[in-house]
Design a protein around this ligand. Structure first.
Ligand code: ZN
Length: 281
């Protein structure tokens, strides 16, 4: 494996979580006559490594790639799938066609100076060619796959992939098992409402875009995390505290329950971002 440190877990017959510790996960669903992937990963070489892993599992063609959302680390491998139908939310397509938003991400990725930063400059953004607004169902290899949209949250176009017969759910970056999501192009108040709807989807296990496979209780905790952050920021605004004071207060009050989560160090700047977003309404 060129990208290393990946682990593939079979969640149900023909349904796999491809976990990449510290980086981005992908889902692999093998049907009767083709494969559906969930996310194409961060740069083309990561997409090619994913394809190599699929070839170890099956020689069936990859027919669909579902983008959980527009973020670079989930969708910038899309160009490696020219023969597949790329599915996503209409808003995710719009975000990927938003030159300014993609430039913002590219600047962040390049300036981080990671192993993939140079390659990121070569990416051809390839948005979904099949989009939907609220819900879409695929009947794929004898299995029902529901693609669900519950409103804005981590981005404006986050979708959830639900396999009702298997009790499985793929949550993208909206809700992880014990991990703080990136929030700085998110919609914090909408996020709570989206999490509430997500919590109603029956599942036994879920795979997020980052971190380990989780159980449903972790989805409730992910919701509690966003609620705590939004409530803390709203209290700071209501009390007339300034942005930086509020962000520090929110971080301190959340650290007891959530301080052990992956990425907790990003809470303070995320709370500051939330403060600006919530203050203007
Ligand atoms: Zn994301």
């Amino acid at each position: 494996m060129a990208t290393g440190d990946t682990k593939i877990i079979e969640l149900a017959t023909g349904v796999y979580a491809r976990l990449h510790e510290g980086l981005t996960n992908a889902g692999i669903i093998v049907g009767d006559d083709g494969v559906l992937l969930i996310d194409s990963l961060r740069v083309p070489s990561f997409g090619r490594d994913l394809i190599a892993d699929v070839k170890e599992l099956t020689d069936k063609p990859i027919r669909y790639v579902v983008d959980t959302h527009s973020h670079w680390d989930h969708s910038w491998g899309n160009e490696e799938f020219p023969d597949s139908t790329i599915i996503g939310h209409a808003n995710a397509r719009a975000e990927m066609l938003d030159v300014e938003a993609q430039r913002w991400w590219l600047d962040r990725v390049v300036s981080a100076n990671d192993a993939w930063s140079e390659e990121a400059k070569t990416v051809t953004i390839t948005p979904p060619d099949l989009t939907f607004e609220d819900q879409m169902s695929l009947y794929f290899g004898g299995r029902q796959i529901d693609l669900l949209y519950f409103g804005r949250a981590h981005t404006s176009g986050d979708i959830f992939i639900h396999l009702p017969d298997d009790g499985l759910l793929f949550t993208g970056d909206v809700a992880q098992d014990g991990g703080v999501p990136f929030m700085q192009d998110g919609y914090l108040k909408d996020w709570v409402a989206t999490d509430n709807r997500l919590a109603e989807v029956p599942c036994e296990q879920f795979m997020a875009g980052h971190g380990p496979v989780g159980e449903p209780a972790a989805l409730g905790e992910a919701r509690d995390f966003i609620v705590a952050l939004v409530d803390g920021v709203e209290a700071g605004i209501a009390d007339g505290r300034d942005r930086d004071t509020t962000a520090a207060d929110v971080t301190a009050s959340m650290s007891e329950r959530f301080g052990g989560w992956r990425g907790f160090e990003r809470v303070e700047e995320s709370a500051a971002y939330a403060y600006d977003q919530i203050k203007v309404g």
